[in-house]
Design a protein around this ligand. Structure first.
Ligand code: TMP
Length: 222
């Protein structure tokens, strides 16, 4: 099928119209994304918005199976295979969850999206960013978040938070240097796209972080 027709069938053209919204949370391990996305979802619901919360990799039955494959310690996965698995999970999530919610005028909040691929597989693993852009253009054209909250946090502290929570997957077992490259990668993305990506200092108390995020969102949707 020609690519143009394939994209049309996915209804990308109509995805971002109406009163919907699309927000992603990004950051290194242990930066508090899942807590903060939950708090923001509750806040927006209290304002009368319909909110769908999701997370990557995963968010669908197929995506959860892919997530297991990606994160299980001991699985040997080639970097290109890893990249394609993230995009497989993302394609499924877009089709099953994100696009239908946007078309129903709902707000989608996702814990991680394409910036994680750029930071982890691109800046940290070393895959050419042009390859990632090509996949992005195929899987996610015109459906980028309107706002991305980047929770910036110290790498060692983030990893130790997750260890305390007994969370040690294939990525947490990577060297500290890998996670430093991830953090720097996120910071570069924020420098390149300051309108979309807002950096929030995640070393503050969780309440202070939530207040700052709500301020940013209120500014966007005043
Ligand atoms: P989580 O711990 O936030 O659930 O994310 C799972 C892991 O997957 C985390 O270590 C970051 C990694 N990841 C990538 O390497 N590339 C991606 O595109 C995504 C979405 C996550």
């Amino acid at each position: 099928m020609p690519l143009r027709h394939f994209l049309f069938l996915r209804n990308y053209e109509t995805a971002m119209s109406g009163g919907n919204g699309f927000i992603s949370f990004e950051g290194i391990e242990g930066s508090g994304k899942s807590t903060q996305s939950r708090v923001l979802a509750e806040y927006l619901r209290s304002k009368g918005r319909q909110v769908v919360e999701t997370a990557e990799p995963g968010g669908t039955d197929t995506g959860s199976k892919i997530r297991k494959l990606l994160l299980e310690p001991g699985n040997v996965i080639d970097p290109l295979a890893e990249l394609l698995l993230y995009y497989a999970s993302r394609a499924q999530l877009l089709k099953e969850v994100i696009l239908p919610a946007l078309q129903n005028n709902q707000v989608v909040i996702t814990d991680r999206f394409t910036d994680s691929t750029v930071a982890y597989q691109g800046y940290a693993r070393g895959i050419d960013l042009n390859v990632i852009n090509t996949l992005n253009n195929l899987v996610v054209p015109d459906t980028m978040p309107q706002l991305t909250i980047l929770l910036d946090f110290d790498v060692e502290e983030g990893l130790s938070r997750n260890r305390k929570a007994m969370k040690e997957d294939r990525f947490e077992l990577e060297a500290v240097e890998f996670h430093r490259r991830v953090r720097n990668g996120f910071q570069k993305i924020a420098e390149q796209e300051p309108d979309r990506v807002k950096i929030v200092d995640a070393s503050q108390s969780p309440d202070a972080v939530s207040r700052r995020i709500i301020e940013i969102v209120d500014e966007l949707w005043h």
